[in-house]
Design a protein around this ligand. Structure first.
Ligand code: PEP
Length: 250
């Protein structure tokens, strides 16, 4: 089946009211490929501002994180129900910055993913290896272990609400993009794993995004690969070239 191309913009801890309004204005005014599903993920404080400013078709707002408990004494956290209550239907989970800087384990990420899906919020679920793991020939094993922790918590139907983002840690924010072959190889391995461990349908239908120093120049070649179904973009999502990335296939 044809998988709809998907582009996510992860603003990370960047932006002000003014700059986020300006990015959203840029998207509203741009001619965007109507065959692409887009989400932008500003910091939590600006989710509602971005939503209220957004008029572009096929663009939605996503959180960058969510907690797996429904409510209560969890200072600093935001629940799935609160996202829904604020009109937010997407979240990124398991970004490598949260795994490495904030100590989120595969199991924590899987629990959050399950909670989001059960609460009706779709997830851009991130995985990927460190440079040391790649150099040690462990890339596929690391990604498979991350997938296995997720698959242990989610059921077959839950995969409809998951978009996988393969983001090699050594390529994030470094300007060092994976080669087209390196990216395709891991995407293919992920799809094979889904086929073997989940189902043919989930393997066919799940979008697998590449993330790691994607920009307006390298996006077109990456987008041509058969298992690359879009991008998760950090730095370049704050710049006008984000539009070129969304329009990679035009
Ligand atoms: C990211 O943060 O998900 C990312 C891919 O960042 P960058 O595009 O800046 O490498």
């Amino acid at each position: 089946m044809a998988r709809k191309f998907f582009v996510g913009g992860n603003f990370k801890m960047n932006g002000t009211k003014e700059s986020i309004k300006s990015i959203v204005k840029g998207l509203n005014e741009a001619k965007l490929d109507s065959n692409v599903e887009v989400v932008i993920a500003p910091p939590a404080l600006y989710l509602q501002l971005a939503s209220s400013e957004l008029t572009a078709a096929n663009v939605e707002v996503s959180a960058q994180n969510v907690y797996d408990k429904p409510n209560g004494a969890y200072t600093g956290e935001i629940s799935v129900a609160q996202l829904k209550d604020s009109g937010i239907h997407w979240t990124i989970l398991g970004h490598s910055e949260r795994r490495t800087i904030l100590g989120e384990t595969d199991d924590v990420v899987a629990a959050k993913t399950k909670a989001a899906i059960d609460g009706g919020v779709s997830v851009v679920w991130c995985c990927g290896e460190s440079l040391e793991e790649r150099e040690g020939g462990r890339t596929v094993a690391v990604v498979e272990a991350q997938l296995a922790a997720l698959a242990a918590k989610v059921s077959g139907a839950d995969w409809n609400k998951i978009v996988v983002a393969y983001e090699p840690i050594w390529a994030i924010g470094t300007g060092k993009v994976a080669t087209v072959q390196q990216a395709q190889e891991v995407h293919e391995a992920i799809r094979k794993w889904l086929k073997a461990k989940v189902s043919d349908a989930v393997a066919d239908e799940t979008r697998i995004l590449y993330g790691g120093s994607v920009n307006g120049k390298n996006c077109k070649d990456l987008a041509k690969e058969k298992d690359i179904d879009g991008f998760l973009v950090g730095g370049a999502s704050l710049k006008p070239e984000f539009i070129d990335i969304i329009n990679s296939n035009l």
